[in-house]
Structure formats: C-alpha cells, structure tokens
Design a protein around this ligand. Structure first.
Ligand code: GLU
Length: 280
C-alpha cells in the first residue's frame, strides 16, 4: 500500500489536515506500506514558501515521516503541460475566455433560482466550446470538453471507495455532463495546470495505491477517474474520510486560523492530544 498526503501550501494546516495526514500514515504503516508527502503548489498565485515550510514542521511535530525528496509540483510544470497538450491534440480541450460574471450571466438567462453547481463551482454553460486550441489567447483558461471525453471512452470509469460510503462508485454520462461539466484543466497566463491534472498525473507517477482525503473531494474524484481513463492511468482506491468540523458543525477552512495546528502547538497541546481531538 502506498498512501500520500498532498497539501497545497496556501494556508496553515488545521485539524482536518492533521487527521488526513495521520490517517494516511497510519493506514500505510499498518499495512507495511509507504506514506508519501507531496506538495501541490501548482497555483503559483496562492502557494507560499512559508506555508510549505510550516507543513514540514507541523507534520514532523505530529510524528510523521516520509521519504525524501518530497515531490513539489511546481518543479514539474513541464510534465503537466505536456499532458495537457496531449489532451489538446486529441481534441479534448478548448480555450475559454469567459469570466465568472460571463458564466453567471449565461447560466441565469435560461435558469430560474439556484444556478447549477458541480465539484468546481458553477457548471460551465459551454459558451466557448468548439473553439480550436489554435485560437488560444494568453489569458484564456483551458477546459475539458466533457462530452467529447465521454465519446472517446469505451466505458465510463468508476472507482472503489473504502471510506465513508464504501463500495463501487460508477460515473454516468448524464451526471458527468450536467453535474460536473467542462472543468478547467489549465491556464496559460499563470503557466500552470489546475489541481486535477497534476493530481492524477502524480498519483499515477508515484504509484499511489490508496488516496486518503476528505469527503470534500469526493465529487472531484469523478473528474479524476475520467482523466485517468483518458490518459490510460490506473485508478487508485479512494478513501474519503469524514470531515473534522468546528464546534458549530461547520467544516474547517484554511482561512480559519482558529483551528490551525500551530495554534494548538503554541497553546501546549501534544501530538496525542491532536489524535484524540480528531478521533484517532
Ligand atoms: N492539494 C489538495 C488540497 O489541498 C488535496 C489533494 C488530494 O488529497 O487529492 O486540497
């Protein structure tokens, strides 16, 4: 078994991250396997070296260890760009110049009430679909053409889930088109790929057998298995765990400094206290 913890260094780790990392570490250790740490810092507009440094520090304090060197995605942007270009050559992507306001306006016209949302926010209405990649402008985003992707695949993918809702989770065409849509895979202006493509590229490259992560990413896994199928990559087993909530029942966000691990450390908590707090 190879598991990994793959944080984005865009804020302090909080109790939810500690739970995720310790669970992935415990599962690998119990199976005589390996636990890896990967830094998902492709969003160069939000990732900060000081958050990365604090990730190493917090995880070591928790008693976790991992093999070095740690894979930092920002060191491999060329690798993800090549994967993105491959999908482009196969006619599976298109450039998109729509702003969030454009998308909202296009969706509001035919729609009454709540706008359709998927794992990545609003379901893209398809305004730019069909534009050739050769019309790409510097500031465009690159979207996956989900309908073309589905046509390319002989069989729609699914995944084995061992976490909160164990069993086989199958994707279906209607849900991929209406409930996920044409998600953003990359952006040229910040010379980077969005999280999804780098995530599946590295899970396969690092031979991750079990992806342990929070339920907040359960829906995004449908995107990931489609990408794996398109790219001919194996799908790992997924273990989406419960989310650690604050006392009001709200899920923790990076901006909630109140639950930052460093805060508990500063107040004298021990790693065992953290384990107890998250129920491990
Ligand atoms: N980098 C992602 C995040 O911080 C997690 C990716 C994953 O575990 O698959 O939310």
């Amino acid at each position: 078994m190879i598991t990994r913890f793959a944080p984005s260094p865009t804020g302090p780790l909080h109790l939810g991250h500690a739970y995720s990392a310790m669970l992935a570490h415990d599962m690998a250790t119990a199976a005589g396997g390996m636990f890896l740490l990967r830094i998902e810092d492709t969003d160069i507009t939000r990732a900060r070296p000081e958050w990365e440094a604090q990730i190493y520090d917090d995880l070591r304090w928790l008693g976790l260890s991992w093999p070095e060197p740690v894979l930092r995605q920002s060191d491999h942007l060329g690798r993800y760009a090549a994967v993105l270009a491959d999908l482009g050559r196969r006619g599976l992507t298109y450039p998109c110049s729509c702003s969030r306001a454009d998308i909202r306006a296009a969706l509001s016209a035919p729609q009454e009430g709540a706008l359709p949302e998927g794992p990545d926010g609003l379901i893209y209405p398809g305004t730019c679909r069909g534009r050739p990649m050769s019309s790409m402008q510097e500031s465009d985003a690159i979207r996956l053409d989900m309908a073309s992707a589905i046509r390319t695949l002989k069989k729609l993918p699914g995944f084995e889930e061992t976490g909160e809702h164990p069993g086989w989770v199958q994707t279906d065409a209607g849900d991929l088109i209406n409930g996920v849509g044409d998600v953003v895979l990359g952006r040229k202006d910040i010379r980077t790929v969005a999280y999804h493509l780098a995530n599946v590229t590295d899970d396969a490259g690092q031979q991750i057998t079990h992806v342990v992560r929070g339920m907040d990413l359960f829906e995004a896994t449908r995107i990931h298995v489609v990408l794996q199928a398109l790219l001919g990559l194996p799908s790992p087993v997924y273990h989406h765990h419960r989310l650690i909530r604050d006392t009001a029942g709200k899920r923790l966000a990076k901006r909630d400094d109140a639950r930052a691990l460093s805060r508990y450390r500063a107040e004298g908590a021990t790693p065992d206290d953290i384990r107890r707090m998250v129920g491990l």
